[in-house]
Design a binder for this molecule. Structure first.
Ligand SMILES: *Cc1c(COP(=O)(O)O)cnc(C)c1O
Length: 482
């Protein structure tokens, strides 16, 4: 058989219909459209044909064809966007969906998703309303801004602000702030897209107020400040405070009005992480709050909804009413608007901030960031006990180790958050094999870290007892199966 000619092997390939009549295939194929199933069988046979012709496949096995076809069908049916258990210790993990929503936010989503809603209906006037109204008052209350608008994400917010105020004009930005933020957000690219001309000033490590001053022209529309996010320069560095940019803008605007020039220079900060309250746990690495940036003199500040705020994906812009009003009329506001589920989650999250302790307790991102190390140590102890009592010590041994958790999401990159992890040392199987099992074979994948052949479950990012149960179950299953 192994020295048969490709032409002879090809003759053994089944017809498409034949494969579809095999009982297992027939049964699974019933769950998807007929033409899609036919397409899968055709692809599988077609690939085999190619492999037979180039000599990599030397025989035809029907079982293999069946399993490949079934795999295609099952992959289509199984959601690829699934819940996972995050034991990486990275709290705002962009690849894992950033912030976990508070139960109040989830409930609000369910309410508006399972019925009609007041999305654009004004109950007071029994008339058409604006979707922007649902979160504006809350945002203004919490940040002390005059006005606010929320869009799809912060990248969209930056895009909209630049297009509205700096298109065909110049925006001055420090070279020290021209950073790339995870997931391909680059200020120069957004500038180009919004037809703003970027005027870079200063050097990578130092930018002075005089650099901005020299770059000013009648065509300047904006002094842009970008929070460097997950990037920090230490040592011989200097950047210009918002306060000073404010003064410079005031001067310039006065000069223009004296000369009868209509346009104004505005100060805008892309703050990124967007903290609404100060957290003690940030310690010396204080993350500026939205309110602080406004108080220092920003006309507009934008930030994400799913970073330090702990809500759904959104981009929030707060600031002077005259500017926000212009943004509301920009066609991009329509293109980038929030849907009702996001608005429900966002407003429910914002409402929790009305009582600061409530926010710290109920918003998972804030709770994980601020939980005292002693509470995390206790949780690690619980997980340790459960694992020790259910897994044979001949299979693995378990210990608790000190770990450093991270805020993630570009927030507080230098801030070490004291944490604890359960460390698994494998006596049977290996950390790598177990990782593959936990990620690829489980219904709910578990994302752990591997360090020197050991597996670490950082408990700071685990969401309560049901996830602990699942981790114990998964490890048990791993050792049972291996
Ligand atoms: C995260 C971040 C962005 C992008 O925000 P998204 O909500 O992810 O679109 C833009 N600017 C800064 C400074 C950021 O930190």
């Amino acid at each position: 058989m192994s020295d048969a000619k490709p032409q002879d092997i090809l003759r053994l390939l089944p017809q498409i219909d034949e494969v579809l009549r095999i009982p297992l295939v027939e049964q699974i194929a019933k769950t998807i459209p007929r033409d899609v199933a036919v397409g899968y069988v055709r692809d599988v046979i077609g690939n085999l044909r190619t492999e037979i012709l180039d000599g990599t496949v030397k025989q035809v096995e029907i079982d293999q064809i069946v399993s490949m076809v079934c795999l295609h069908i099952l992959t289509l049916q199984k959601p690829s966007l699934r819940r996972v258990i995050n034991t990486s210790g990275v709290i705002i993990h962009t690849n894992l969906g950033r912030s976990v929503l508070a139960p109040e936010a989830v409930e609000a989503v369910i309410q508006v998703a399972t019925g009609y809603s007041t999305l654009e209906y004004d109950m007071q006037n029994m008339a058409r309303g604006s979707r922007h109204d649902h979160c504006e008052k809350l945002l203004c209350t919490l940040t002390k801004a005059e006005a606010a608008i929320a869009v799809n994400n912060n990248a969209a917010a930056v895009m909209m602000v630049l297009s509205e105020f700096a298109a065909d004009h110049e925006a001055i930005v420090s070279r020290g702030e021209l950073v790339e933020i995870g997931g391909s957000f680059r200020v120069p690219d957004i500038m180009e897209q919004s037809h703003a001309t970027m005027v870079e000033v200063g050097t990578t490590n130092k930018t002075h107020l005089s650099d901005y001053e020299k770059a000013l022209s009648n065509n300047t529309a904006m002094l842009l400040k970008v929070h460097p996010s997950n990037y920090r320069m230490i040592g011989f560095t200097e950047s210009v405070e918002i306060r000073d940019l404010r003064q410079l803008a005031e001067h310039e605007n006065e000069r223009r009005s004296q000369q009868g020039i209509q346009s104004e220079v505005l100060v805008y900060e892309d703050q990124g992480s967007g903290a609404l309250i100060k957290l003690d746990c940030f310690g010396e690495y204080h993350e500026p709050t939205v309110n602080e940036s406004l108080e220092q003199g920003c006309d507009l500040v934008s930030f994400s909804g799913d970073k330090l705020l702990g809500g759904p994906q959104a981009g929030i812009i707060v600031g002077k009413k005259c500017y926000i009003d212009r943004l509301k009329k920009n066609p991009l506001a329509r293109a980038l608007r929030l849907d009702k589920m996001t608005l429900a989650a966002l407003t429910a999250t914002l409402r929790l901030y009305l009582v600061e302790n409530e926010a710290l307790e109920k918003i998972p991102t804030l709770r994980m960031l601020s939980a005292p190390a002693s509470a995390i140590e206790k949780d690690a102890g619980d997980l340790l006990d459960r694992l020790k009592s259910s897994i044979d010590e001949k299979d693995a041994c378990f210990t608790i180790v000190n770990e450093i958790a991270r805020a993630g999401g570009g927030a507080l990159p230098m801030c070490d958050i004291e944490s604890y992890a359960v460390c698994v040392e494998f006596k049977r199987g290996s950390a790598q094999k177990c990782e593959e099992y936990l990620v690829m074979e489980r219904e709910t994948p578990i994302i752990a870290r591997i360090k020197q052949e050991k597996m670490l479950f950082d408990v700071r990012t685990i969401q309560g007892p049901p996830e602990i149960d699942e981790i114990v179950r998964a490890l048990n299953d791993y050792f049972t199966l291996s």
